[in-house]
Design a protein around this ligand. Structure first.
Ligand code: A3P
Length: 298
């Protein structure tokens, strides 16, 4: 039984009683600001919204679960820390799982306490920017960021691949509303919100990494490009490299998730091996309808 309603305050319980809820033998979920959460995750979301103190240089990595979050975290750490790790054997990604290096607001930091000691979460310690991550939709994140000009990077993945990768109850959904919040945010404010795609990162990793570096304000210099640094970072963060590291084959996150569960196949279009044409059509129809007129497809 995994109901996840520990650490929920009386005030939040009262809020939950006014929200849409879903319950089965395994989970209890509620829908807050258009997104489904476990009860204790909602408490963490509210803790974050009320208490997070943003710094202007903070960077937030956002995604729907199973969209390549681990990969985006690794690439961002490698980018921001690149000048500090000349020794290829002494890189934080070789000794730490990306989720241990870049904590989630609502899964790690604010889950147990409304006012956590942020120094306990080892986000990008030696870079001048703090790196955080989240699965919350943009409008919910923004409430915690107040009016800070933090940069937000969203990694979007084909909904059917994310669905198959996940293989479980759809908390944080609906996926189309999630992606739409960031899509619209990126159109309204392209300096603050970067919309990236898993498929593009797979197809043309170097230009996409350079795009990310420019957005984060740390573009590659000519010398760095000539020295092959872009390719080296892509290789360091590749599925094969990360999934083969001892630190990612063993161990667990703060919330007890096996590190190796973040690495399955890392492919595009793998859903074709699992969904029938009927299932495919049904999902496509729903998504097309939900995204109609937005300019977003996935
Ligand atoms: P699959 O289950 O399709 O293989 P998240 O990090 O958001 O939980 O997403 C997990 C998905 O990203 C899994 O997809 C996983 O294999 C894939 N993934 C993890 N690391 C990756 C990497 N370095 N490159 C490409 N895909 C990666």
């Amino acid at each position: 039984m995994n109901v996840r309603d520990d650490n929920v305050s009386e005030e939040t319980k009262k809020l939950i009683s006014s929200l849409p809820t879903y319950k089965d033998s395994l989970v209890k979920l509620c829908k807050y600001q258009g997104c489904w959460y476990y009860y204790n995750t909602l408490q963490a979301v509210i803790n974050f919204q009320n208490n997070f103190q943003p710094q202007d240089t903070d960077i937030i990595l956002a995604s729907f679960p199973k969209s390549g979050t681990t990969w985006l975290k690794a690439l961002s750490v490698a980018l921001l820390e690149r000048s500090k790790h000349d020794d290829p054997l002494n890189h934080p990604l070789l000794s730490g799982n990306p989720h241990g290096i870049v904590p989630f607001f609502e899964i790690d930091m604010y889950l147990k306490s409304p006012t956590p000691d942020l120094t306990k979460f080892s986000s990008s310690s030696s870079s001048s920017s703090r790196l955080f991550s989240t699965h919350m939709p943009l409008h919910t994140v923004k409430q915690g960021l107040k009016d800070s000009p933090c940069k937000v990077v969203y990694l979007c993945r084909n909904a059917k691949d994310a669905l198959i990768s996940r293989c479980g109850v759809g908390f944080y959904g609906p996926i189309w509303d999630h992606a739409l919040s960031y899509w619209r945010g990126s159109l309204e404010n392209p300096e603050s919100v970067l919309f990236m795609r898993y498929e593009e990162l797979k197809r043309v990793p170097c230009p996409q990494l350079k795009r990310l570096a420019e957005f984060l304000g740390c573009p590659f210099t000519k010398e760095e490009e000539e020295s092959g640094l872009v390719e080296k970072i892509i290789e360091l963060c590749s599925f094969d490299n990360l999934s083969g590291l001892e630190v990612n084959r063993t161990g667990k996150t703060l919330t007890n998730v096996d590190h190796d569960s973040f690495f399955r196949k890392g492919e595009v279009g793998g859903w074709k091996n699992y969904l029938t044409p009927e299932m495919e059509n049904k999902i496509d129809m729903i998504i097309d309808e939900e995204l109609k007129g937005s300019g977003l497809t996935f």
